[in-house]
Design a protein around this ligand. Structure first.
Ligand code: SF4
Length: 541
């Protein structure tokens, strides 16, 4: 069976190159005008250049034209088609039947893909699009696994693409007017303001002639409870919860099908799509790498495949909490983030390698770096992570600093000699330009509690774990949010100049000098990094 194609989002020249470097089989992007991303950072020249770059590396490019068209958009179509022809895309992603027919007539050589915005969720709809000439249908995220398996059986002659990772909409794959209503920004024209993620609070107004607003706060919250009653379920009252920070009742968690990916590979889905054209190179690189490895490993050994190592990698990327969403057919309560909306992870984007000189890496700084931080270099073509602890950062003017902040084009120089148990040739081979560097974050009590509650919810979503454990975790989260303690603590003692993770990072003073780590040092000395360390010490005297 063929491996599924891994399709990554590209919203900037850097993310195109990053996706290619980290293992994408294909990328999707938009030309600036009609691409469902009005804030696309790509100019037309960059789309052309990005396409050439991807093609030169054997990676396909699909262009988006998936707006729901209005009359005013139609005159733009001929020019749009002329533009995209120049780019020679491997597919054009279209949602609107009128636009589909127009492209088929005026640019018949471009393969047509039916966008998720067309909401295809059944074999009947997929067959309809096949009869219209579509080469591939992107199924709606609302399609369950059982439905997808049935569609695969009934529609063997057309390619099927499924979203496996990324943000979800509260509404039917983005057919949503919430953003238009709240922010006058059209979600179906690529300009969603994410109004579903905003914080909403309940207020009461008295109808006693006085226009007095009643805010629910700690003085009166015990007096009220709020419920919704749905018309066909009289008496079944659905509580609306909120605290003094409000509530996020429309805020879906992020889709992550990694725990079930083997099922999707087994039934022969052609393309696995990752959402996120406005995401950072960090997100693109690390999700690409995790799914690349998962797909390749499954193809090599389907029976021994286990999602855990890839999930651990995905946890280094910030998320709103992961959910299987519609995988089992029904969206459950666990798929929503009621207490928070921002993406959160235990790791963060430390920087990316901008250049490799004769004797050093040049790292563009993306988040504050402090003395004692352990930088984790994530090689695109290898599974290992190279750890480097630095106690000072050299900016490009040659000055040394205990800490550096991210800023416009802020960069630091990291000499190869800092990798005291990797030789320069190996560093150079493993860490080319655009390599992503991450580091662990210190989090507040509420943030740690949130991660635990999110993971407990995902276990329940998968049919394991216990409801009691989830409730307890959620209660702890509520308490931590109320206490609002801003002290931060790291997961492991690898942050700051005092602690040590005991992994023998390059450059770690504590690990290589403290007698407490003598036994661990002896163990490492028998391995490659121990040999390299000895060699470096001999060379530097
Ligand atoms: S407001 Fe939310 S539900 Fe609506 S399109 Fe935007 S992300 Fe989707």
């Amino acid at each position: 069976m063929d491996k599924p194609e891994l399709l990554l989002p590209a919203g900037s020249p850097e993310t195109i190159r990053t996706a290619v470097l980290y293992g994408a089989d294909a990328v999707y992007m938009g030309t600036p005008d009609m691409s469902m991303r009005t804030k696309s950072k790509l100019t037309l020249d960059e789309v052309v250049e990005g396409t050439r770059f991807a093609h030169a590396h054997g990676v396909k490019v699909y262009l988006t034209l998936n707006l729901i068209s209005h009359n005013r958009d139609i005159p733009k179509l001929p020019e749009y088609l002329e533009t995209v022809r120049a780019v020679s895309p491997d597919g054009l992603i279209v949602a609107d039947p009128g636009v589909f027919a127009f492209v088929r007539e005026h640019a018949p050589e471009i393969p047509l893909h039916v966008s998720t915005q067309a909401n295809a969720c059944s074999w009947l709809t997929v067959n309809f699009w096949k009869d219209q000439g579509a080469k591939l249908v992107v199924l709606g995220r609302e399609t369950s696994f059982a439905e997808l398996a049935e569609i695969r059986k009934q529609c063997p002659d057309i390619k099927l693409e499924a979203f496996v990772h990324g943000a979800m909409c509260m509404t039917y794959s983005g057919r949503c007017l919430l953003s238009n209503f709240m922010a006058e920004r059209g979600a179906n024209q690529g300009n969603c303001a994410n109004s579903c993620r905003w914080e909403y609070k309940v207020h009461l107004k008295l109808k006693d002639g006085t226009v007095q607003e009643l805010t629910i706060d700690e003085r009166n919250e015990g007096l009220f409870e709020f419920f919704l009653e749905e018309g066909y379920r009289p008496g079944e009252l659905l509580p609306i919860e909120e605290n003094e920070r409000g509530s996020y009742i429309l805020n879906s968690k992020d889709l992550c099908l990694m725990p079930k990916l083997a099922d999707y590979m087994r039934i022969g889905v052609d393309t696995f799509k990752i959402e996120g054209r406005s995401r950072s190179p960090y997100y693109v690189a690390l999700t690409a790498r995790a799914y690349r490895q998962a797909i390749d490993d499954w193809a090599d050994n389907p029976d021994g495949w286990d999602p855990k190592p890839y999930m651990r990698e995905l946890e280094t990327v910030g998320s709103r909490g992961y959910t299987l969403a519609f995988h089992n057919g029904r969206l459950t309560n666990y798929a929503h983030g009621y207490d928070h909306t921002a993406a959160l992870g235990e790791w963060e984007y430390a920087g990316s390698i901008a250049d490799v000189t004769d004797d050093a890496l040049i790292l563009t700084v993306k988040n504050r770096l402090e003395a004692g931080d352990v930088l984790e270099f994530v090689p695109p073509a290898s599974r290992e992570t190279i750890l480097l602890r630095l106690y000072a950062y050299e900016t490009l003017d040659g000055k040394k600093h205990e800490a550096v902040n991210a800023g416009q084009k802020r960069a630091v120089r990291i000499p190869f000699s800092a990798f005291d148990h990797e030789d320069a040739a190996r560093v150079r081979a493993l860490l080319p330009p655009l390599t992503i560097v991450r580091k662990e974050r210190s989090l507040t009590e509420a943030e740690w509690a949130r991660l635990k509650a999110d993971r407990a919810a995902l276990r329940l979503d998968q049919g394991s774990g216990s409801g009691t454990a989830y409730d307890e975790n959620r209660k702890k989260l509520q308490v931590a949010l109320e206490e609002d303690l801003m002290d931060r603590r790291p997961r492991s003692p690898r942050l700051g100049t005092e602690g040590c993770c005991g992994k023998g990072c390059n450059g770690c003073h504590i690990f290589w000098n403290d007698p407490a780590y003598g036994k661990a040092r002896k163990l490492l000395a028998t391995k490659k990094q121990g040999e390299m360390l000895d060699q470096n010490m001999r060379e530097t005297g």
